[in-house]
Design a binder for this molecule. Structure first.
Ligand SMILES: *Cc1c(COP(=O)(O)O)cnc(C)c1O
Length: 385
């Protein structure tokens, strides 16, 4: 057994990215400025979208996209219980009521065929999550949204590089939020962005992300900026720094290579684990798609494994292998049980996934030999011959 701990995720930061961060630090301009502007231009090109707004996190993006709905008490947003807590937290923080629809047992994605029964007069938006980088079935989802006049806010935190029927997530539809957290497919340390084709929404988010100032006031201390600004509305402080964008400028061009390697490793896991009764793999939808493989997250079969998910994670840790838990179903957290009356049994597919899911190590710099160690540790743990 190797002594070296293998983490479940690790960012790949190039020498050029480090040099760019250093150049930013010595430039005298480290917060929002020319590097953020350039990164946003690159994002717009990548998504072929008129607006890409860089932010301090994807959580900030969800918060602002939802704040732009200006929800009244009782307004509802439909989403999935199989997500990170931020998805639901931001609905609550912006005055909305989270309404949940169960996921498909195999893909872990929102079951679009169950959406219509959750829609009523109070519904304002649908908030799908492209789980692990596997796209939700967006055609019927958008058709339903159009029929009922609803906004669609895609939590695309896992989905930079994901494609649905040949189209890149972020290149079509209403609004998408991407994350640049270190575990995600590209990173700016912390960071995120909102992408949209809606000029009015982009303007609103631009205003809200920086105090509600009437212009991008970052350059007001520079030669061309005016020293005056107006406050149009009370806003937040969710801007991205140039230090972060310096990383992003080198991460974005590397994304395709990152996903290629993630895909190789994911397919190799599938091959190496084929026929193991201890595991059930994430399912594959019928429609054409490109999985961005943010996570490789199978479900453990406790009877065949002789242990539950938590014991598996502990056993792997003792064998110097890190794993991740993405995620426990959000409706089972105390706040959501107490305030919305959710309980175990409400969303059986999400609960089965929540109890059994585990993220195995997957990152672009992971070597085949690292992956072999994961398999060896598992074999040892499961006492496989
Ligand atoms: C990571 C994540 C977020 C939040 O992203 P941050 O950039 O960390 O704020 C939101 N939703 C999902 C599904 C995520 O995985």
């Amino acid at each position: 057994m190797s002594d070296e701990f293998l983490p479940f995720s690790r960012p790949s930061i190039s020498r050029a990215a480090i040099d760019e961060v250093v150049a930013c630090l010595v430039s005298g301009w480290i917060t929002t400025g020319p590097r953020v502007k350039k990164f946003e231009d690159e994002l717009k090109r990548y998504f072929n979208a008129p607006h890409a707004l860089a932010l301090s996190s994807a959580t900030a993006g969800l918060h602002l996209a939802l704040a732009a709905l200006e929800m009244k008490p009782g307004d509802e947003v439909i989403t999935t219980p199989m997500t990170f807590a931020a998805t639901l937290n931001t609905i609550v923080l912006t005055g909305g009521k989270p309404v949940l629809v169960d996921v498909e047992a195999d893909t872990y994605n929102l079951d679009v065929s169950q959406l219509s029964k959750a829609i009523n007069k109070r519904t304002r938006a649908i908030l799908p999550v492209h789980f692990a980088g596997l796209p939700v079935d967006l055609d019927p989802l958008y058709a339903l949204a159009a029929q009922h006049g609803l906004r669609v806010i895609e939590d695309a935190a896992h989905a930079i590089g994901t494609e649905y029927k040949g189209k890149r997530i972020g290149s079509f539809g209403d609004v998408q939020i991407f994350s640049f957290h270190p575990n995600k497919n590209i990173t700016t340390g912390e960071g995120g962005c909102v992408v949209t084709r809606d000029d009015k929404l982009a303007e609103k988010i631009a205003l809200l992300r920086f105090h509600g100032m009437d212009r991008e006031a970052w350059n007001r201390f520079g030669k061309t900026g005016s020293q005056h600004y107006e406050i149009i509305t009370p806003g937040y402080k969710y801007n991205m720094m140039d230090i972060q964008a310096a990383l992003g400028l080198h991460q974005l061009p590397a994304l395709d290579g990152f996903i290629k390697r993630r895909t190789e490793l994911a397919l190799r896991y599938q091959k190496l684990l084929a026929g193991w009764p201890q595991w059930t793999m994430q399912g594959t939808p019928q429609y054409a798609h490109r999985h961005a493989w943010h996570l490789f997250a199978p479900l453990i079969n406790p009877e065949a494994a002789g242990m539950d998910r938590d014991a598996f994670m502990q056993g792997m840790k003792e064998r110097n292998i890190g794993t991740g838990l993405h995620y426990r179903a959000v409706h089972l957290y105390p706040y959501y049980r107490e305030h919305y009356g959710f309980k175990r049994g409400d969303f059986p597919h999400a609960e089965a996934i929540s109890d059994r899911i585990v993220s195995l190590p997957l990152f672009p710099d992971m070597r085949d030999t690292d992956q072999d160690r994961v398999i060896a540790a598992m074999s040892d743990l499961f006492k496989r011959k």
